[in-house]
Ligand binder design. Sequence first.
Ligand SMILES: [Zn+2]
Length: 175
Amino acid sequence: MSTSHEGRADRADRGTDGAETSARTVTCANCGRTNRVPAAAQGTPRCGNCRAPLPWITEAGDADFREIAEQATLPVLVDLWATWCGPCRMVSPALEHVAERLAGRIKLVKVDIDKSPGLARRFEVQAVPTLLILDQGRQVARQTGAAPANALRQWVDEALSASHGSADSASGRPS
Ligand SMILES: [Zn+2]
């Protein structure tokens, strides 16, 4: 039973190749294997060992938002936050839990508005945190200000089912 021995895992945290834009290390909740998840990729990240979907949590700025958020093939939860914002520090872990629970269904992209003035202007950010849900680059939901974790979870669930409901309407026709 040694067919899975590949010796690739040792290279996971060296990251000196520099081929990808940026990658972060994610431990698979299903099997415990450490995986490198790139900031931008086709489809959704899966565990190299057991193929379970991995939570996709990344950061973007003015320069790479298009590639990382708008070109994603799954819905994107955008967290527009600032380092000086106290409520943001409570909201961010709640959003990370949402991204973990909805692994394979949503991508979480964090944007520091002080480093990304272009995005702050574009999304007309008046207060932080401002949360957006984008589907193929189109804004389908928006929420401003902090909210309890369960309220955030419910908001994301409703936004996801609403954006998918419209896409499914064509297939539910009786013949
Ligand atoms: Zn796994």
